[in-house]
Design a protein around this ligand. Structure first.
Ligand code: BG6
Length: 493
């Protein structure tokens, strides 16, 4: 693919995302010679920084991330791409000055505007860019990358979409869900659609239930303001976890083209059985972390974190059960959960198969039945694909145990590429397959809206869990006693 140079304009360049993800990702792309010659990265920021100061800031961001792998000569080359534009994105003047700056011949006319800013400003920034004719694709393409959350609920997402669609087309809009840029997440598609032996089993006849857990040992860091108005359901479940669910459960697309993938993902979201308000308690659970011990360190409760108002009931843990009402999945429960300050940071998709119709073997004196087969997809930090099978234990007795077939896809000498590297490059290529169409976002909000509305009204009580634990007791979500959250990548005993 012929990739042309572009100017990446980053709004919110001094913010957390840019520091931790974007700048290191650009640096790595440059190091791997993936950025087209002449590509520029123009940071827009409110701080009164000179070009030198900006370079030293970026240097620190990258050093922090790359540690010993930091390469002075790569940074020297990379720094030639970096520019700083002082401006307050809430002031129209910022855009007139930006327009002037972008007229300088050193800046390529293909421009990607990256909105790594407060969601409340998305609409205004797009409007201002339009007023200054920065979105007109006359001498090059113009694309706008919008970070999540896209909206706060269904209604606000629709309002935001209506507002920005006056100025940009769907093809110009790149709504990010960085989970889609993760190598293991893309591998879910390869695993499913390149291995014909799985397809006959991948349905309600053989699968008992599916569960997706994303746990984090970290708290909310310095994001108290954002997090308190968001909560775990909006922050992770509505976006990343529902996207994972679509990839695991969708029908084979007609091709791997962007539209074909979107079509299948949307079909899944549309088939999710709506949760009536009276069923919210049976299908969703929320909780907040109390103080506790994480990795041998005492940590504060959520309510003691900075910028958290007294008595906040924002959930830092959310779980839910969904059903996909289609031919393939009808009545197979899908359990999703996420939490901050849990015992361990990890994301796993676990697919549990049904029991054999007759139990001929017992795996030990304690188990009346043999273990079920599981397919475990470890997304992070350990990337793996494992299939658990029951085998006979060596010896005279007919005893069984679980053995795990490992189809992990990365060798120890193969580098992990950060999701943002992939996504930043896709924007340059104009490949939207790993970005969200508006209808996906809209359907995802439709699914969680009844839960959010119910929780918003019930303000008296929120359950807690000790920081450093595996979360609250929410077993009431499970359809059967034998189902429960799985936390381990290896066979559980
Ligand atoms: C972000 C959420 O979208 O994803 C964060 O806002 C969360 O709260 C993060 O920590 C998790 O991403 P990753 O890639 O670290 O699993």
């Amino acid at each position: 693919m012929n990739v042309e140079a572009c100017t990446y304009v980053i709004f919110g360049a001094a913010g957390n995302l840019s520091r931790v993800k974007l700048m290191p990702a650009f640096y790595h792309l440059d190091e791997a010679n993936q950025l087209p010659e002449g590509t520029k990265i123009l940071a827009v920021g409110r701080r009164d920084w000179t070009q030198e100061k900006w370079l030293s800031e970026v240097r620190d961001m990258i050093k922090l991330k790359t540690k010993e792998a930091f390469d002075e000569s790569v940074f020297k080359r990379f720094s030639q791409r970096l520019h700083y534009h002082l401006g307050d994105l809430q002031q129209p003047e910022c855009y007139t000055k930006l327009t002037k700056m972008l007229e300088e011949p050193i800046f390529p006319k293909n421009i990607a505007f990256y909105l790594s800013i407060s969601p409340a400003d998305f609409g205004f920034v797009v409007e201002e860019l339009d007023k200054n004719k920065l979105l007109t694709q006359q001498h090059g393409w113009r694309r706008v990358i919008i970070e999540k959350p896209f909206g706060y609920d269904l209604e606000s997402a629709q309002a935001l979409q209506k507002r920005i669609s006056h100025y940009i087309t769907e093809e110009q809009t790149y709504r990010i869900d960085h989970y889609l840029g993760k190598g293991t997440v893309q591998n879910v598609l390869v695993f499913r659609f390149a291995n014909v032996m799985l397809e006959p089993l991948w349905n309600r006849n053989y699968i008992d239930h599916i569960q997706i857990t994303h746990s984090e040992s970290i708290g909310i860091d310095n994001r108290g303001d954002y997090y308190n108005s968001s909560g775990a359901m909006r922050d992770m479940l509505q976006s990343h976890l529902l996207q994972l669910l679509t990839l695991v459960t969708m029908e084979p697309p007609v091709s791997m083209e962007a539209q074909a993938l979107h079509d299948e993902k949307v079909k899944v979201l549309k088939s999710i059985r709506p949760i009536p308000k009276q069923a919210v308690h049976a299908q969703a659970f929320r909780a907040q972390y109390a103080s506790g011990v994480v990795n041998d360190e005492k940590v504060k409760s959520y309510l003691e974190e900075e910028h958290i108002p007294e008595g906040s009931i924002t959930e830092t843990y959310a779980s839910m059960k969904l059903y996909i009402d289609n031919w393939r999945w009808r009545d197979v429960p899908m359990y999703l959960r996420t939490g901050k300050r849990m015992k361990k940071g990890q994301s796993i998709i676990s697919i549990c198969f049904r029991q054999p119709p007759l139990q001929f073997f017992h795996d030990s004196a304690h188990h009346a039945t043999v273990d079920q087969n599981w397919v475990i997809l470890g997304i992070q930090p350990e990337e793996c694909i494992r299939i658990e099978m029951t085998v006979k234990e060596p010896g005279l007795e007919m005893k069984t145990r679980t053995s795990s077939l490992d189809a992990s896809f990365r060798n120890s000498d193969e580098k992990v590429v950060d999701a943002y590297e992939d996504l930043l490059l896709d924007v340059l290529k104009g490949d939207r397959s790993l970005f969200l169409n508006f209808d996906e976002v809209e359907h995802a909000w439709q699914i969680v809206d009844p839960i959010l509305q119910t929780w918003a009204i019930e303000r008296d009580y929120v359950a807690t869990y000790p920081a450093g634990s595996w979360g609250p007791e929410d077993s009431r979500l499970f359809d059967k006693d034998c189902q429960g959250w799985r936390t381990s990548l290896t066979p559980e005993k």
